[in-house]
Ligand binder design. Structure first.
Ligand code: PMP
Length: 361
């Protein structure tokens, strides 16, 4: 009814229409306060309620244990690349990284500025088309933490397992798969995720941190980059990204309403399953990653002919299916089908791929 397109962007990406409609209905006068959340003081009791509800609903959604803190921060995923080592390199100053894509590599490189950082495994030699299997004895037992990126947005891979790091806290960048699957938070020291895929508009990064890992930043650490200040001040040391936090809260409510992460995951499995099944049966389109490691969120594929890829992307756009080009560094196609992509959008894409294949044999 709004003449909307299916947006297959890797992020910022689609939000549930129901949430957008609700936000729109409250945009000029949020629930009778006489003001918009965009204009509201972050010190007001109305905003305090918004951020408290957002945290409580997120805790409920993914069962966050009490000994974990939830933070709503700015600076995007990129800021976490330095915040993690600045706070967690606290004893041996050693950390172990698995590099499964460009975002993990950036995190790894940033960490090397601050300590003794080991590259435990990498799939770079094979264009990050798989997730290496890493055993416990490959991690240093005296490392301060180990680091992974669970879903690799650019390549379309996802960890089929949680690496066993023993007593070494595991830090996970879950930006592009957060809230798409049930997770056991207690297996991680830190989970963090940028909002602009499954959660909210860009601007807020969610950090879930075990409380015994808080408070170790060096005194020279810039104040914003110290997790402790945000823990102590309830994410309100300075002005938080109020509007993004508000929308995140609305998305959490929406997810609880539809049946939680279990229901969302079933939908995601169904959507991705259809698309991969079609790709596997197609004689034109080929998946680019190892099947066992396929992402439910970012589906990457090629025709093998760059000109044909371009034609496909251009014609899909004319049909209202936008942002299907692969990341500029890898080419081909990438359909990001995050939580908010309706199943109809995936059906429309498959129908278009079939038609394109028949017309371009
Ligand atoms: N991690 C992952 C998995 C990502 O997909 C991205 C960005 N798309 C980032 C980190 C970087 O996030 P930001 O652009 O918010 O700095």
């Amino acid at each position: 009814k709004y003449d909307r397109v299916y947006n297959f962007s890797a992020g910022p990406s689609m939000l549930p229409l129901e949430v957008i409609e609700d936000v729109a209905a409250n945009l000029c006068n949020y629930k009778g306060t006489g003001e918009s959340v965009m204009e509201m003081s972050h010190r007001s009791k109305e905003f305090q309620q918004i951020i408290d509800d957002a945290e409580a609903n997120l805790r409920k959604l993914i069962n966050i244990p009490d000994n974990y803190k939830v933070l709503f921060l700015q600076g995007g995923g990129t800021t976490q690349f330095s915040m993690v080592p600045l706070n967690l390199l606290r004893k041996s100053k050693k950390a172990d990284y698995i590099v499964t894509g460009q975002w993990a590599k950036k995190a790894y490189k940033e960490a090397t500025k601050f300590g003794d950082i080991k590259l435990v495994a990498s799939s770079e030699e094979d264009t990050y088309s798989y997730i290496p299997e890493v055993k416990k004895d490959q991690f240093r037992t005296d490392a301060d933490y180990a680091y992974i990126c669970t879903n690799n947005t650019i390549y379309g891979t996802h960890y089929p397992y949680v690496p066993d790091t023993g007593d070494v806290p595991l830090v996970a960048d879950m930006s592009s798969c957060f809230l798409s699957e049930e997770i056991d938070v207690s297996k991680y020291g830190i989970i963090w995720a940028g909002a602009q895929k499954n959660v909210a508009p860009a601007g807020v990064t969610i950090v879930i941190i075990r409380d015994d890992l808080v408070g170790f930043a060096d005194e020279k650490c810039p104040v914003y980059l110290d997790y402790k200040i945000h823990v102590d001040k309830g994410s309100m040391y300075n002005t938080p990204p109020c509007f993004s936090i508000y929308v995140a809260g609305e998305v959490f409510k929406y997810l609880l309403k539809i049946g939680g992460i279990k229901e969302m995951h079933e939908r995601d499995v169904r959507k991705a399953g259809k698309l991969y099944d079609y790709i596997d049966s197609s004689s034109m389109f080929k998946g680019t990653v190892r099947k066992e490691d396929r992402s439910l969120m970012n589906v990457t594929f090629v025709t093998g002919d760059e000109a044909l890829d371009k034609k496909f992307i251009a014609e899909a756009k004319e049909q209202g299916m936008i942002n299907l080009a692969g990341h500029r560094s890898v080419g081909g196609m990438r359909a990001s089908i995050y939580n908010a992509m309706p199943e109809d959008g995936v059906d429309a894409l498959i129908a278009f791929m079939k038609k394109f294949e028949a017309e371009n044999k």
